[in-house]
Design a protein around this ligand. Structure first.
Ligand code: ADP
Length: 443
């Protein structure tokens, strides 16, 4: 900006000086031409004398010569410089005159010449002179004004730049400090609201990031404490029963019973470990989902076949209702786990002789899969949380049934990895319905 200002001032100054000098030269030439007019009207000694007298009083000087450049009259004493100009060889001077000397910086005079012609004998030249001291003092006062204006502009520019850079850097420094705090694990970051510009957006993003990180940290701590709690129960059982089974004075039958309990508890532990491992894999995005076009009806039929024995064992029914033409974009291997977890829950949380149905429908360009049971249902207050990790409605009952509290969170993560979504509707004592939306495969 400073460079631009300096260039602008320079060009403006040069332009003004040139036009001012041009004006002076034109005025001088016009004055010479007007003397010429007077001379041509009445060429008398009185007129010559009168012109010289007029110029004596003015800031300009005049020298009138004949056609051979011999001086007839002058308004003041002729000095060396004037003599030099008058003795310069001239040729074909136009009637409107011309500028003889315009070097106002170097020379003592600027000067013009206007030819006059009265008759054959009486013609010659009117030389006009103006001392360049006058022009120079005009220009130097102009330069002084310019320098003053430039100095004020530069001071204002410096103040503005300082103010602007402070206004820009202060929030950036605050944000830098905030991110340093974040990286040290301190999430209590508060940045002032800075409006709707880019800095404001950045500052809001950092505040949101801090809140998200805080939430994540709390969630992780909560998850770790729930995990350790979950692991403690089966481990306490295992330890307790192993202690009793070790004793020599117990009967073989009781030892078998205790060993069975130990076996069951370790089974639950390893099921939980598997679920946790799956979740960790989905979280790390180490889970590759290979979505392909799958004919959903026949796919659900194979699931039906696989799960039917488990339903029969509990005297329950499993039915499917689907349209042959529906194709979904799914990873058939991963999606099996979704059905397995939902149907396993339907078995766990329903009474014998009830029915579970799977519907596959097309809805608004998406595929809707419904898994509907006639089980115990889920209390309304628990519905928002059942997809959370380790959340169980009835802890001891779910544990006894072999639940880990991770099944539905795995289902949700898997469906989200398929870019789908899941919802639940449930009525206590009547049953639950899980609704899954996934993308329909194009024809
Ligand atoms: P769990 O391993 O305990 O079954 P889930 O994550 O699969 O864990 O389910 C979370 C909780 O939601 C369960 O503890 C259970 O109380 C409830 N739930 C899930 N599915 C059903 C269902 N079909 N009917 C009734 N309750 C259900």
């Amino acid at each position: 900006m400073m460079m631009i200002e300096i260039c602008l001032f320079f060009f403006l100054h040069t332009g003004l000086v040139e036009s001012r000098v041009e004006e002076e030269l034109n005025a001088l030439l016009a004055r010479g031409n007007s003397h010429r007019e007077v001379l041509e009207n009445s060429y008398t000694p009185e007129t010559l004398h009168h012109i010289a007298l007029m110029e004596k009083k003015a800031a300009t000087e005049v020298i009138i010569t004949d056609s051979k450049q011999n001086i007839i009259i002058s308004s003041s004493k002729i000095d060396k410089e004037e003599k030099k100009i008058v003795s310069k060889k001239i040729k074909n001077v136009p009637r409107d005159g011309e500028i003889l000397e315009k070097q106002w910086r170097k020379e003592k005079y600027i000067s013009t010449i206007s030819p006059y012609s009265v008759n054959r004998q009486q013609n010659g030249y009117v030389y006009m002179f103006k001392n360049t001291d006058h022009v120079q003092s005009l220009i130097s006062s102009l330069t002084r004004h310019f320098l003053f204006a430039a100095a004020i502009t530069i001071i204002l520019l410096i103040i503005t730049i300082l103010f602007l850079s402070k206004a820009l850097t202060t929030p950036l420094i605050q944000m830098k400090r905030a991110t340093e705090k974040l990286s040290k694990g301190d999430f209590s970051v508060q940045l002032p609201d800075r409006g709707d510009d880019e800095l404001g957006e950045l500052s809001r993003s950092i505040t949101v990031l801090a809140q998200d990180l805080k939430h994540l940290k709390e969630e992780r701590n909560e998850f770790l404490s729930s995990i350790s709690h979950e692991l403690r129960t089966p481990l306490t059982y295992i330890k307790g029963y192993a202690d009793v089974a070790r004793r020599k004075d117990i009967e073989e039958k009781d030892r078998d019973h205790y060993l069975n309990i130990i076996y069951e508890e370790s089974d639950k532990l390893s099921a939980m470990m598997k679920d946790l491992f799956d979740l960790a894999k989905i979280d790390r995005n180490a889970f590759i989902i290979n979505r392909t076009k799958v004919q959903l009806c026949s796919y659900v039929k194979t699931i039906h076949e696989k799960m039917l024995p488990a339903f029969k064992e509990k005297e329950m029914q499993l039915e499917i209702e689907c349209n042959e033409n529906i194709h979904g974009l799914i990873d058939p291997i991963r999606f099996e786990q979704v059905f397995f977890n939902l149907l396993d829950n339907a078995i766990k949380y329903s009474d014998p002789y009830t029915k579970t149905r799977i519907f596959v429908k097309e809805k608004d360009g998406d595929v809707l899969i419904k898994v509907e049971d006639e089980g115990h249902g889920i209390p309304e207050e628990d519905l928002p949380f059942i997809f959370e990790r380790l959340y169980r409605v009835d802890k001891s009952r779910s544990r006894d049934l072999g639940g880990t509290g991770l099944g539905l969170s795995i289902v949700k993560e898997l469906i989200e990895a398929h870019q789908g979504r899941i919802e639940v509707k449930s009525e206590l004592g009547k049953g639950s319905t899980f609704l899954i939306w996934i993308k329909e495969a194009a024809e």
